[in-house]
Design a protein around this ligand. Structure first.
Ligand code: R2B
Ligand code: URA
Length: 318
């Protein structure tokens, strides 16, 4: 074990929660000393935008890698959930001044792209969590709707993650802060995962929904044991032994954001889930060779499950 500090949800030295009852925690005592806060990568600010008016009604913050996927998701929600969304809800693009991330809003649903890898997503999460706090969102639920490589499951299956692990199968996210390693548990809401999984319709859906752990890698190639990167100094045997070790530890898919997403949402007291489709079975190869049109169809599967959950929640409040 390294000398990393562990940060738990309950041990925050200072915690900001807004008087209007925002449930999102900013564990940062310095925030109160700011004279306005600029959410630089979103192109939003507390002094320049009425964040409560713009985002105060948001209940579901949905994230995924690409702007295209998140726009598709927002439009899908508009067409599928029209009867449970507030009257007149239409998709609009929110971020005029961000060249980094795309954000769409439709009623109480935000769809945001986070790019590839923990670093890109983590910058977004800092700013979206602050946005949730400043907008006084009440009990927002965060989803990552993504793509992944499966281990031992049929390509096209959807994985609802029960927890995230790093490349060493540690159930935490480790980051260096001011020259010291900080370790944060990568925990996801188990009830939410269970409910999302229950929304699968086995007779009707052409895919399976699988529960298991998700391994988060810092790289698509060597970091996921692939043999087809620009560099590779390991053997096929070593790759297979690693994938089997992951599988034996309950890992059913590999992607590149899970630990950061789980750790940050857990730290901010936000219920969160990761729902990813698998593009291939890594026990059978490394290349994503399924035709693009099929992959685009498969990408809709996690969106379908999350939209069903949103429908159920919104129907309760009708
Ligand atoms: C899944 O797919 C991307 C890599 O192709 C990465 O963002 C991820 O987590
Ligand atoms: N995304 C990943 O990170 N890995 C895969 O194998 C497929 C998609």
């Amino acid at each position: 074990m390294s000398g990393a500090k562990e940060t738990r949800r309950t041990d925050a030295a200072s915690e900001n929660t807004s008087d209007a009852g925002c449930t999102v925690c900013l564990r940062n005592p310095h925030i109160q000393n700011l004279n306005g806060d600029i959410l630089y990568h979103l192109g939003l600010g507390t002094k320049t935008h009425d964040l409560v008016k713009m985002f105060g009604d948001v209940k579901f913050v949905c994230m995924g890698g690409t702007p295209h996927r998140m726009e598709t998701f927002a439009k899908y929600c508009e067409s599928e959930l029209g009867d449970v969304l507030p009257a007149g809800s239409t998709v609009h693009q929110v971020l005029e001044h961000s060249h980094r991330y795309s954000m769409y809003k439709v009623g109480p649903i935000l769809a945001v792209s986070h790019g590839m890898g923990v670093s890109s997503m983590q910058i977004l999460l800092h700013e979206v969590i602050k946005l949730s706090y400043y907008a006084r969102m009440r009990d927002p639920i965060y989803f990552r709707i993504g793509t992944s490589g499966g281990i031992g499951i049929e390509p096209g299956s959807v994985v609802v993650s029960l927890g995230a692990v790093d490349e060493l199968i540690n159930p935490y996210h480790e980051q260096v802060v001011c020259g010291e390693k900080v370790r944060r548990p990568a925990e996801l809401d188990q009830e939410l995962a269970k409910e999302l999984s229950s929304l699968h319709k086995p007779g009707e859906d052409e895919y399976k929904v699988v529960n298991g752990r998700t391994m988060c890698a810092m790289d698509f190639y060597e970091g996921q044991g692939r043999l087809d990167g620009a560099f590779c100094y390991h053997t096929e045997e070593k790759k297979m032994a690693y994938l089997r070790r992951l599988h034996a530890a309950g890992v059913v898919n590999i992607e590149m954001e899970a630990t950061g997403f789980a750790a940050f949402t857990h730290l901010a007291n936000i219920r969160a889930a990761i729902v990813c489709v698998t593009f291939l079975n890594r026990l059978h190869g490394d290349q994503v060779s399924t035709p693009k049109e099929t992959l685009l169809e498969w990408e809709k599967r996690p969106q379908e499950i999350v939209a069903r959950y949103i429908r159920r929640q919104l129907s309760k409040n009708k």
